[in-house]
Design a protein around this ligand. Structure first.
Ligand SMILES: NC(=O)c1ccc[n+]([C@@H]2O[C@H](COP(=O)([O-])OP(=O)(O)OC[C@H]3O[C@@H](n4cnc5c(N)ncnc54)[C@H](O)[C@@H]3O)[C@@H](O)[C@H]2O)c1
Length: 257
């Protein structure tokens, strides 16, 4: 049991990476607060965990709202007495996110509200909870696009993930002596609803796949396993990293034909 006696709060736990992480963390002994803006999806994740004999509660929160973030941390602490792991994972990739000319201010602001402010607010209320527990691990989901530019533009999303990565480094430096570790998790392109909605034609999918040395999209579960390592005490000397789990996309200039 790699997360025995730990309490983990995961945002975006109703789908994709967050859901797989919630199931995996619970199967490794964590008590899980599964948070999502979609109450039905969060409820299903918590229910699946309980049906498998694990311990989970479902919480509804919009991570772009301060009051919701304060309430989700407080509800997790009230339910389980402490918080050890904060996985700020919720994020959006808007269908109308494009280049600088075509991207509207509305899309830019919404993307930053969820992807950047959501991580900030999670930490604003989560760090004091981790302090009360004597330390802990924060994992912020960034993306490989924080490191590489893509000619298929999604400017707001890419800039937002760059912000998550740099924010995570600074948080790591600030809180390192408090036994609070902070890492940015940088997934490569995954076979999830979020990305498949964006790469909605075969041509767009192929254009992305040709850059991945492994020649396939990743699975959410493969990212959940990386999050499990960062959440657990196995990563006790790991902080401030850009933890890439990307099928080699950031390592390659050309890929096998
Ligand atoms: N899918 C990919 O290829 C990929 C690659 C790199 C990074 N990521 C990042 O991984 C994270 C999870 O993505 P995913 O692929 O699992 O997506 P997903 O769409 O499958 O799941 C995201 C979940 O977040 C929830 N959510 C959305 N807005 C929210 C809000 N304001 N407050 C609370 N919950 C909210 C959604 O309801 C959904 O359940 C995101 O931060 C995303 O940017 C994804």
């Amino acid at each position: 049991m790699r997360l025995k006696d730990k309490v983990a709060l995961i945002t975006g736990a109703g789908s994709g990476i967050g859901k797989e992480a919630a199931l995996l963390f619970a199967s490794e002994g964590a008590r899980v607060a599964a948070v999502d803006i979609n109450p039905v999806a969060a409820g299903q994740t918590a229910q699946t965990i309980r049906a498998a004999g694990g311990d989970a509660i479902a919480l509804t929160a919009d991570v772009s709202k301060a009051a919701d973030c304060e309430a989700m941390i407080s509800a997790a602490e009230s339910a389980y007495g402490m918080l050890n792991v904060l996985f700020n994972n919720a994020g959006i990739s808007h269908a109308d996110d494009d280049d600088a000319i075509a991207t509207s201010e509305v899309v830019w602001d919404l993307t930053f509200a969820v992807n950047v402010k959501g991580v900030f607010l999670g930490c604003k209320y989560g760090v004091p909870a981790l302090r009360r527990a004597g330390g802990g691990s924060i994992i912020n989901t960034a993306s490989f696009v924080a490191i590489l530019g893509a000619a298929t533009p999604q400017l707001a999303y890419t800039a937002s993930k760059g912000a998550v990565l740099s924010m995570s480094r600074e948080l790591a430096a600030i809180h390192a002596r408090e036994n609070i570790r902070v890492n940015a998790l940088c997934p490569g392109p995954l076979y999830t609803e979020l990305l498949m909605k964006y790469l909605n034609t075969d041509e767009k999918k192929q254009r992305r796949l040709v850059h991945i040395p492994m020649g396939r999209f990743g699975q959410a579960k493969e990212i959940a396993y990386a999050a499990l390592y960062l959440a657990s005490d196995e990563s006790s000397f790991v902080t401030g990293t850009e933890f890439l789990v990307d099928g080699g996309i950031t390592a390659a200039y050309t890929t096998p034909l």
